[in-house]
Design a protein around this ligand. Structure first.
Ligand code: ZN
Length: 407
C-alpha cells in the first residue's frame, strides 16, 4: 500500500474525530539502502489529536490496509506527544543521518525509549527507522517543497488511468517553473501520472501550495476520490553529501569533484561510462539508458574536463543524477600527421618522437589539437522522466554555477 495514501487516510480519520492536521510531511529516506520500499517514503502528521487516540488510529490503519504480504513492506508507527517545535536535537540528528547513511533499528529504538514515544512495528520491525526519521525531519531540514496528490476511487485501482494529457501539459506550461517535473516536454510524457498500480492518480510537485492546487484543478481526469497535500524533502538533494573523491563508497549518495581521466564510452544497453579521477584515485561514473538525452551531455565530455558530479554510489560506480562542468578541456594531445603525405606518423621509439616511414619526416612529440566543445560551464541534469524523488531539479535554483535545466 502506498505510504502517502496511508497518511492521507490517517489524516482523514483523525479529522473525523475532531482533530486538526497542521501539516503533513512526506519524507524520502536514504535512497541507496537495500531494505527500502519502492519510493522509500515515510509520512508524518503534525496534529492536535490526542496521542493515544492517534496511535490507536495509526495501528488500526496499518493492520487493515498495509500490504502485509509483501516482504519489503515492514510498517512502523511512532507517536510523539510533543509538538513539531519541540523535537529533541538527537532525534533531528538521527533524521538527518537516516537521509544520508545507513541507520539501525537499534538506534531508533534507543531514541524512542529515551523520549518516551509510543511505537509499534510489524514484520521485521524496520519500518520504525523511516517513521522516526519522518518524525524528526521538521527539526533536521530547512528546504521544503510540496506535493499535491490526487487519489483514485478504490474500484479503479489497477485499471488504466484516465487523465487528459493535454490538460496536464497546458497546466504544467502555464505554471512552470513554480511547478516542476509535472511533464517531460522532450519525451512528451506526463510524468506526474504514475504507471505503477496503486491509488495515486497524479502528484503535482512544486514550491507554492496555492499554485499546486490551481494546477490540480486545471487537470481533467476520471473522478478523484480525495486529494492530499504534503510538505516534502522531494526535489531538495537532501540525500547528497559532499566528499572528496577518495571517500566515495558504495551505499553513499555523493557530490564530488575531479577530472575526466577516461573518455565516455557507450556500452551494451546504451549505458554511458567514463572515469573521474583526482590524481590519486578514480571512480567510474555512469549515465544509464533510462536517463535518455542526459547521456548525450555525458558523451560530450572529454579527458581533462573538470567536473562536480552527483549521484548514488553502487558497485564502485556513481550513477549520475547531475554534473557541473567547472572547466573544459579545449585541446587534446594527438599523434602528429605527416606534412607531406598527411598520414599519421608512427612512434620512432621511446623518447624518440614520431616519424613518417614513407617520407622520412619527423616530429618531436605529440601535438595539441584544438577541441570543438558543445558543453558549457555549469550544471546539467537528467530529464524529468529519469528524476528520482529526492533529486533537486536545476530550475529550483541555488546552484553554484550557471544551470542548463531539463524541462
Ligand atoms: Zn609522409
Amino acid at each position: 500500500m502506498c505510504t502517502t495514501y496511508l497518511g492521507a487516510e490517517l489524516a482523514a480519520r483523525l479529522v473525523a474525530t475532531g482533530a486538526t492536521i497542521e501539516r503533513s510531511l512526506l519524507i524520502r529516506c536514504h535512497p541507496a539502502i537495500e531494505h527500502k520500499t519502492r519510493g522509500n517514503a515515510a509520512v508524518c502528521l503534525h496534529t492536535d489529536a490526542d496521542p493515544d487516540r492517534a496511535f490507536k488510529a495509526a495501528q488500526t490503519l496499518v493492520e487493515t490496509l498495509a500490504e502485509r504480504e509483501s516482504s519489503r513492506t515492514n510498517p512502523g508507527v511512532v507517536v510523539a506527544a510533543h509538538n513539531a517545535e519541540a523535537i529533541p536535537d538527537d532525534v533531528g540528528v538521527y533524521s538527518r543521518a537516516a537521509m544520508r547513511t545507513r541507520v539501525t533499528r537499534a538506534r531508533a529504538l534507543t531514541l524512542i525509549k529515551r523520549h518516551g514515544y509510543r511505537h509499534a512495528t510489524w514484520d521485521n520491525g524496520r519500518g520504525v527507522i523511516g517513521a522516526l526519521a519522518a518524525l524528526g525531519a521538521w527539526h533536521a531540514w530547512d528546504d521544503w517543497t510540496y506535493e499535491q496528490l490526487a487519489y483514485r476511487q478504490a474500484e479503479r485501482w489497477g485499471t488504466p488511468r484516465d487523465v487528459a494529457a493535454d490538460t496536464v501539459f497546458a497546466a504544467a506550461n502555464r505554471w512552470y517553473p513554480t511547478v516542476w517535473d509535472t511533464v517531460d516536454r522532450v519525451a512528451n510524457s506526463p510524468v506526474c501520472v504514475p504507471h505503477t498500480p496503486g491509488p495515486v492518480l497524479y502528484g503535482i510537485r512544486g514550491d507554492d501550495p496555492e499554485v499546486l492546487r490551481a494546477v490540480s484543478d486545471a487537470i481533467e481526469s476520471e473522478p478523484i476520490d480525495r486529494t492530499h497535500r504534503y510538505m516534502t524533502n522531494q526535489g531538495t538533494d537532501a540525500h547528497l553529501q559532499e566528499v572528496p573523491l577518495a571517500d566515495t563508497d558504495n551505499g553513499m549518495c555523493v557530490r564530488t569533484t575531479g577530472r575526466v581521466t577516461r573518455p565516455p564510452e557507450t556500452r551494451p544497453g546504451g549505458h554511458v561510462f567514463f572515469e573521474l579521477g583526482d590524481g590519486k584515485t578514480s571512480i567510474e561514473c555512469a549515465a544509464f539508458e533510462p536517463t535518455k538525452r542526459f547521456r548525450d551531455r555525458v558523451r560530450d565530455l572529454r579527458v581533462g574536463d573538470r567536473l562536480t558530479v552527483c549521484g548514488e554510489v553502487t558497485d564502485k560506480t556513481i550513477k549520475l543524477e547531475k554534473f557541473a562542468v567547472r572547466s573544459l578541456s579545449h585541446s587534446k594531445r594527438v599523434v602528429p600527421t605527416c606534412p607531406d603525405c598527411g598520414r599519421s606518423m608512427e612512434s620512432a621509439g621511446a623518447e624518440q618522437g614520431y616519424r613518417c616511414r614513407a617520407c622520412g619526416t619527423t616530429a618531436p612529440g605529440k601535438i595539441e589539437e584544438p577541441l570543438d566543445r558543445t558543453l558549457e560551464r555549469g550544471w546539467y541534469e537528467v530529464p524529468p522522466v529519469a528524476r528520482r524523488h529526492v533529486a533537486k531539479p536545476l530550475i529550483r535554483g541555488g546552484f553554484d554555477a550557471p544551470i542548463h535545466p531539463e524541462r
